[in-house]
Design a protein around this ligand. Structure first.
Ligand code: SPD
Length: 283
């Protein structure tokens, strides 16, 4: 429903947990061949995007998620000329990537053109880099692209998908991670959102363990994303040999002058493992 009303929009996790924001006004509701797309204005975080009734992002707090997906990889990969973004239809991830002058080319592969169209119209403050000439936007299935594309390898691959249900399911498979590995340069870095270790511990652990069969170095890192429930969110860094704690000082200095969440100290602290997660990943 689109219109003005005072009601709550709840993401329902189970009969024990829901996360809700009070809505000022519904702005858009539609269905693409892939999913339900909704945008509404909330009192707490301004305009928010939900796909299949799951919160994706909002104007007021999107920087927590996008900065933490992008900058740990971009401040440590030895070279960042060619970057591949899979998913990321709201434009926040490519916006952060394109802040780096060293980036020469970003290929963004998004399965659902309607998400980009709706976000460009209603969430323009998030996707501020759509017209950057370094960006090539492809509307294709990210899994098929990773498996079939015959392109020069990428220095960094960033996976900005939704949860492992619906159109993003294939983005959590071993075959897809192997395809991303194939598309990386030998010194390349793969970073991805890896779900809530609190609410979806089994998915989180399975991502790390699957990646460890493919990449010699796999390190999860943690932060908070206000619109995702249960407090803690995770991303994961994977590479052949690049260590995410060897931060390239000039890059971090340049980027932290304009970020709102990410900085050198946050980067280091984010890779600290809570004890229960450490035990589970060692076992
Ligand atoms: N539970 C929702 C996880 C969604 C992660 N991706 C969000 C897209 C923001 N660009």
């Amino acid at each position: 429903m689109v219109g003005t009303m005072n009601e709550w929009y709840d993401e329902v996790f189970s009969d024990r947990l829901r996360f809700g924001l009070k809505v000022k006004r519904f702005l858009y509701s539609g269905r693409s061949p892939f999913q339900k797309i909704e945008v509404f204005d909330t009192y707490q975080f301004g305009r928010a995007l939900a796909l299949d009734s799951i919160y994706m992002t909002s104007e007021g707090e999107e920087y927590f998620y996008h900065e933490m997906l992008v900058h740990p990889a971009l401040t440590t990969a030895p070279q960042i000329k060619r970057v591949l973004v899979i998913g990321g239809g709201d434009g926040g991830t490519v916006r952060e990537v394109l802040r780096y002058k060293e980036v020469e080319k970003v290929v963004m592969v998004e399965i659902d053109p309607m998400v980009v169209e709706v976000c460009r119209k209603y969430l323009a403050s998030i996707g501020t880099a759509w017209d950057d000439p370094r960006l090539e936007l492809k509307f294709e299935d990210g899994v098929a692209f990773a498996q079939e594309a015959n392109v020069d390898p990428f220095d960094v691959i960033l996976l900005d998908g939704s949860d492992p249900v619906g159109p993003a399911e294939g983005l959590f498979s071993e075959a897809f991670y192997r395809a991303c590995h194939r598309l990386l340069t030998p010194n390349g870095v793969f970073a991805l959102q890896s779900e809530s270790p609190v609410l979806f511990r089994d998915v989180f652990v399975s991502i790390i363990k699957t990646l460890r069969d493919i990449f010699p170095l796999v390190r999860p890192y943690f932060g908070t994303v206000p619109i995702y429930s249960a407090g803690m969110w995770s991303w994961t860094f994977a590479s052949q040999c690049v260590d995410p704690l060897e931060i390239i000082d000039e890059r971090v200095k340049m980027i932290e002058s304009s970020t709102r969440y990410y900085n050198h100290a946050i980067h280091k602290a984010a890779f600290a493992l809570p004890n229960d997660i450490k035990k589970e990943l060692e076992g």
